[in-house]
Write a protein that binds this ligand. Structure first.
Ligand code: NAD
Ligand code: GLY
Length: 359
């Protein structure tokens, strides 16, 4: 087992990474202070893993809330379903929520924990690669509003993140590879050695080789934990984690969130951000080729779909601008392993990228 720490003073917590952690009592017991817990999962993940988790918690009184599966259910109605269950079963402030699922379950459970009786403990047990390397770490919790994704939420840190690498065996290939996009992101923005390791070990990762996976998850979580420890609330360096995301969000939104998975859109978005970095003379063309080559090796998209007009993508990217006040800030690369947040580019240069990085 590998253990990392998200270093946030009295809210610090461990990330435990290893095989078979889900079914071991020791994974949870140090982080449950009362006698009761409630597992929140969904209709896809619970038949696979809920009984193993509950067996590990046989010394506790454990309830469960099983939510419908999917991003369309990540909303206030579903959140209320969690609250109603907790109230009906008379959970008090000593209870601990346990999120068993991907990023949707994790984000909702975390937000429920932040709100229920003004805040109860929660543990993340992420079961997708994306959730294991990204969403379960760092305390961003939220639900969607009809007017925007993740618009209602809180920064609220878990007590522990328990990453069982075995559960990835049942993850559909498309979901698995979408998670790899976020793994590549850490190499691109912050860790050139890890990027090179990914280039050399892409086949092992495609084969879901357990040792390679555990190492990739550890490096990803270490990078994320370091950044979150420096800037929990995204006042500065945490914004680097949005590399590829402003372009990616525009692609996701243009496809009404049905066409591409988040990781797929981020993959194309990273190539677009790197392309703009080359146009600005900041990134050598050879490094763009390396990034595109690595993304392609996993079968992820490296360009935006031709069907979306440049103007449409520009307009959708500007939603991020409204969110930040001022110019549209993009995360661009100075080198593989070194990123900056900047408004230092022209609209024409951005349009050239949007026009040229197309299928
Ligand atoms: P998801 O939670 O929808 O999971 C993808 C699919 O895989 C679902 O159908 C799920 O039921 C299924 N699944 C999960 N684990 C499985 C397993 N082990 N075996 C078989 N099937 C399994 O999607 P996701 O990609 O994990 O997360 C996306 C969500 O994460 C979005 O809502 C996004 O906004 C959020 N997110 C949050 C953060 C953050 O920092 N909080 C970061 C990135 C993404
Ligand atoms: N996924 C981006 C962040 O956690 O900040």
């Amino acid at each position: 087992m590998r253990t990392l720490t998200v270093d946030l003073a009295d809210r610090s917590y461990p990330i435990k990474i290893g095989a078979a952690l889900l079914s071991q009592p020791d994974s949870y017991t140090p982080y449950i202070r009362g006698r009761r817990a409630c597992v929140v999962s969904n209709t896809t993940v619970s038949p696979l893993y809920l009984s193993a988790l509950k067996n590990a918690l046989s010394d506790y009184q454990v309830d469960e809330v099983i939510l419908p599966d999917g991003e369309p259910y990540k909303n206030l109605d579903t959140l209320n379903q969690i609250f109603t269950n907790l109230l009906e079963k008379q959970h008090n402030r000593q209870t601990t929520l346990i999120a068993l699922g991907g990023g949707v379950v994790g984000d909702m459970t975390g937000f429920a924990a932040a709100c229920y009786q003004r805040g109860v403990d929660f543990i993340q047990v992420p079961t997708t690669l994306l959730a294991q390397v990204d969403s379960s770490v760092g305390g961003k919790t939220a639900v969607n509003h009809p007017m925007g994704k993740n618009m209602i939420g809180a920064f609220y840190q878990p007590k522990a993140v328990i990453i069982d690498t075995d559960v990835l065996a049942t993850l559909p290939a498309r979901e698995y590879v979408a998670g790899v996009a976020e793994v590549i992101k850490y190499g691109a923005i912050n860790d050139a050695d890890f990027f090179q390791w990914l280039e050399e070990n892409s086949q092992q990762l495609l084969n879901r080789d357990k040792e390679a996976l555990a190492y990739a998850i550890e490096c990803s979580c270490r990078n994320k934990a370091d950044i979150v420890s420096q800037d929990e609330r995204e006042g500065g360096v945490r914004a680097l984690l949005n590399f590829g995301h402003t372009f990616g969000h525009a692609i996701e939104a243009a496809g009404e969130y049905k066409q591409w998975l988040h990781g797929e859109a981020v993959a194309a978005g990273m190539v677009m951000a790197a392309d703009l970095s080359v146009r600005l003379g900041w990134l050598p063309g050879e490094q763009l080729d390396r990034l595109r080559g690595l993304i392609e090796r996993f079968g992820l998209p490296v360009a935006a779909p031709a069907q979306f007009a440049t103007d449409q993508l520009l307009e959708l990217m500007a939603v991020d601008k409204k969110a930040t006040d001022g110019g549209l800030r993009l995360v661009l690369l100075k080198a593989i392993g070194s990123a900056v947040v900047t408004t230092d580019y022209t609209r024409d240069q951005l349009c050239e990228t949007l026009n040229s990085v197309r299928n």
